[in-house]
Design a protein around this ligand. Structure first.
Ligand code: XBP
Ligand code: MG
Length: 236
């Protein structure tokens, strides 16, 4: 029987990438006097790599090859990313990024039904805490038994490690869980850990392929506002 729901964060709980993370990266670049600017299209390409520090490296190596790396580039990446996290959490504290349709309802119903809740994400732990607090509820962090995030596993999504970490912490069989993801990398990660997965797409992931997903939906819907079902049988 189903015992737990495990949620991805970015793109799944909320549409955080375009108007959240992307803006915060650009603010950090400006603060460091860099003329790097990630527009909406470029950021879509950069999302192929999960993890902010990894994404900065990917940009420099594949999209800004004229940039000459300083000797202490590793440190620069770490400092840029720390600054980006500050900008991102500040941005969230304004409450500007709402949770996606159906998320609040599903979480409330799951809590009432006694399901265990967890998070498995590649983003930084502080970012998760801020999103839960400012976009969901002041005490929302306490709704989740385990928050698996960021660098706690070295291999980020699409590797299954972050889901394995959460399962182990909760002492749960993957068969007793359902995961929620929005991207190809996320789906590979959850399926790699053997967890059935429901996908809700967003603007950045509409063209992704989702083989093996339980269903692919536009969103989780709200009363009087049905979601679109792209694949899968929700009654099956
Ligand atoms: C999304 C990510 C993250 C964020 C940026 O992860 O790939 O890297 O874009 O956050 P998920 P950080 O969908 O698994 O939540 O800069 O903190 O890495
Ligand atoms: Mg995601």
């Amino acid at each position: 029987a189903l015992q737990a729901l495990i949620f991805d964060v970015d793109g799944t709980l909320a549409d955080t990438e375009r108007d959240g993370h992307r803006i915060a990266f650009n603010s950090a670049f400006r603060e460091f006097g860099l003329d790097w600017d990630w527009d909406v299209d470029l950021y879509g390409k950069l999302l192929a790599v999960t993890g902010g520090k990894e994404r900065i490296r990917y940009y420099v190596e594949s999209f800004n090859t004229r940039y000459v790396k300083p000797a202490d580039f590793d440190r620069l990446v770490a400092e840029l990313h720390k600054t980006k996290t500050r900008h991102y959490t500040e941005l969230l504290s304004g409450g500007l990024i709402p949770v996606r349709p159906g998320i609040r309802r599903l979480l409330e119903e799951a809590r009432t039904a006694g399901l265990r809740l967890a998070i498995a994400t590649t983003t930084t732990p502080e970012n998760v805490t801020a999103l839960l607090k400012y976009s969901l509820a002041p005490d929302a962090e306490s709704w989740f038994e385990v928050i698996a995030a960021g660098d706690i596993v070295p291999a980020k999504k699409p590797a299954p490690d972050i889901y394995f970490w959460a399962l182990e912490r909760m002492n749960l069989d993957p068969a007793a869980c359902l995961a929620f993801e929005d991207s190809e990398n996320g789906l590979k990660s959850s399926l790699g850990a053997g967890i059935k997965t429901l996908v809700t797409i967003n603007d950045y992931t509409t063209d992704h392929e989702f083989p093996g997903a339980l269903a692919v939906l536009s969103d989780l819907g709200e009363p009087g506002q049905a979601c679109q079902v792209f694949s899968g049988d929700l009654n099956g």
